[in-house]
Design a protein around this ligand. Structure first.
Ligand SMILES: [Zn+2]
Length: 596
């Protein structure tokens, strides 16, 4: 492969705030936020329900400016803490920013209760005004949210109590996990591993190692199951009690609202998943044969198939990604090229960095940054494309008002998966050997299995657990039973062994900022597959439609997005079925490739 450029693998943060965690401009920026937020809160508290348009604008414009300022600082500090986990100054500033963020939440709560009291006809007039029209979706949400909640004083009390009575359970969980140490023998030596280290070993290509890791893993969580059971029961109990007070019958109300989707859409999506899951079974059978076992175990599902994967240098990966984006959208390609050239990406493989990858945006600068550690594997190339997909999403929205940029998790994962799939499919098509093609296809199908089977089982467990929890706490054994039952259904009874203590081992069940941290992933994956199917049909012309869709992701519900930009009804199965058919074509290709 010919190289056209040499890109730096470290990012440039200087133009955001110069001087890293020593930055005096950052300190000034934080002081300004700290000073202005309480003033805005006071101003909002004086607003009358019949206040003039100008008075409302005087609240909502500064709110957006301060919101952007908070995100700008948060992103910067996340970048500092990720590039160097020992940056103590950044940690201190980050703690300070969290406090400032709490004041911002209080400002939002104050505004919510104010907008709820505006008479309906006045409200309609305000929303039609050119000053507020672009953010009307978000303001309508605030108004609706406030009407569905308890009176402001009670919500404020609940908010104050949640610090130690709700979020504290999530912290408790982190404490339990953080002190866990698991003895594991390797090369004749027994070492104490953290759960993160042990989890990484589950991806070993050696089945004997995986089997041992899996046994140790289950045992480690069994030992902590009492504490985890107390934690999950109380966390859920708090949530249910608050919902009951607000008269929210359905536990899915909050996560559905946060993801701006209807329950019917979610139901239809899962129905289509359940109906099509059996099409993954031939892949699982073939994989079992290739591993020399009768049936896959839990730890085999995501295990790599034996075979060589081609590695790429960073420059080769950049070139490959830009070329593949170009096929679909020249605009997306030139965006990616700019991100490489302007050093928006931190990819260097060096010690002291945080694991994982993310994209974060700077609404004031109108830029974004990507963090990852690049080691040249196809997985790294996918991650890079994934994060560039997120970055492109924020890039096409950068001229919109702050409140019209705040898209939810389900559509965020749509843009990233879309970019990722473009690159993975190209890599599969261009694979030079049968073996390489097979390995890449298997990786892709395993993602499909994760979203359609694993995530489905988490969703089934969590909904059933919350229903039962309404009657009282569940014992650790009941939690395990419920988990295995959900896994059997999720994996269509195809596994030889299940993971009863998964409910204890999965952080997402203990997240308090986003309840039901599962179905938005599957939504994003299938929604992007449906969009990809459409892009393949429509060719080059689809790129502008895609940008229009992305720009609207924080200004309407997903059902409206589907209707306006794709002409589909997401509450009906057709769109989901098309997405499914596209994904299942990979299985057919894999089976043909590995015949005999
Ligand atoms: Zn993502």
């Amino acid at each position: 492969m010919q190289l056209s450029a040499t890109y730096s693998q470290t990012w440039d943060l200087e133009n955001i705030f110069s001087g890293g965690s020593e930055s005096s401009t950052l300190v000034q920026h934080l002081e300004k936020l700290e000073h202005e937020l309480p003033l805005l809160k006071k101003y909002i508290e004086t607003l009358e329900p019949t206040a003039s348009l100008a008075s409302w604008v005087d609240a909502i414009q500064p709110l957006q400016k301060l919101g952007s300022g908070l995100v700008e600082a948060r992103s910067f500090l996340d970048c500092l803490e990720s590039q160097n986990v020992k940056d103590e100054k950044a940690k201190v500033l980050s703690g300070k920013l969290t406090q400032i963020g709490a004041t911002y939440e209080a400002v939002i709560t104050a505004l919510e209760s104010k907008v709820a009291r505006v008479p309906e006809s006045d409200w309609q007039q305000l929303m039609k005004s050119p000053e507020l029209n672009q953010v009307s979706f978000s303001l309508n949400e605030m108004r609706k949210r406030s009407l569905e909640k308890l009176p402001p004083a009670q919500e404020e009390l609940a908010g104050d109590l949640s610090v130690d009575g709700y979020h504290a359970w999530s912290e408790m969980y982190s404490t339990i996990v953080g002190r866990m140490q698991v003895p594991f023998e390797e090369g004749g030596e027994t070492k104490l591993l953290s759960v993160g280290q042990l989890a990484n070993k589950m991806a070993s290509p050696d089945r004997e190692v995986r089997q041992r890791v899996f046994e140790k893993w289950e045992e480690a969580w069994r030992n902590e199951a009492d504490l985890c059971a107390v934690t999950i029961n109380h966390l859920a109990g708090y949530r249910l009690q608050l919902y009951k007070r607000r008269q929210w019958e359905n536990v899915l109300k909050e996560p559905l609202d946060l993801n701006r989707m209807e329950g019917q859409t979610l139901q239809t999506m899962w129905d289509v998943v359940a109906k099509n899951k059996h099409r993954l079974l031939p892949y699982m059978k073939r994989k079992a044969e290739m591993l020399g076992v009768d049936q896959l175990s839990w730890h085999d599902v995501q295990a790599p198939l034996p075979g060589n994967k081609q590695t790429l240098s960073y420059d080769e990966a950049a070139k490959f990604i830009i070329e593949q984006f170009e096929q679909f959208s020249p605009d997306m390609a030139s965006f990616a090229q700019m991100a490489f050239e302007k050093r928006w990406i931190e990819a260097e493989d060096r010690p002291g960095k945080r694991p994982g990858g993310f994209m974060t945006d700077f609404p004031i600068s109108g830029e974004s940054r990507i963090f990852m550690t690049f080691s040249g594997t196809p997985g790294c190339v996918s991650t890079l494309a994934h994060e560039l997909g997120h970055a492109y999403h924020t890039y096409v929205m950068k001229d919109l008002p702050f409140l019209a940029q705040q898209y939810a998790m389900n559509v965020a994962e749509t843009a990233s998966t879309f970019a990722e799939v473009i690159v993975i499919d190209a890599a599969i098509k261009q694979a030079t050997s049968k073996e390489e093609k097979m390995v890449l296809l298997a990786d892709k199908i395993q993602s499909t299995i994760a979203f359609l089977m694993d995530i489905h089982s988490r969703f089934l467990f969590e909904t059933r657990f919350y229903e039962k929890r309404k009657q009282g706490p569940l014992t650790r054994d009941e939690l395990c039973e419920l988990m295995v039952e959900a896994q059997k259904e999720g994996f269509a009874d195809m596994l030889a062994e299940y993971h009863p203590h998964f409910w204890a081992s999965k952080l997402h069940f203990y997240a308090t900022d986003m309840p039901f941290y599962n179905f938005p992933y599957t939504f994003g994956y299938l929604f992007s597959a449906g969009i990809y199917a459409r892009a393949l049909q429509e060719g080059a012309g689809f790129a502008t439609k895609y940008v229009d869709l992305l720009r609207d992701t924080a200004s309407m519900t997903v059902e409206e997005l589907g209707k306006r930009h794709l002409g589909v009804d997401l509450t009906q199965p057709d769109f989901w079925q098309d997405a499914m058919d596209l994904l299942m074509a990979d299985v057919d290709e894999f089976l043909a490739l590995t015949e005999a």
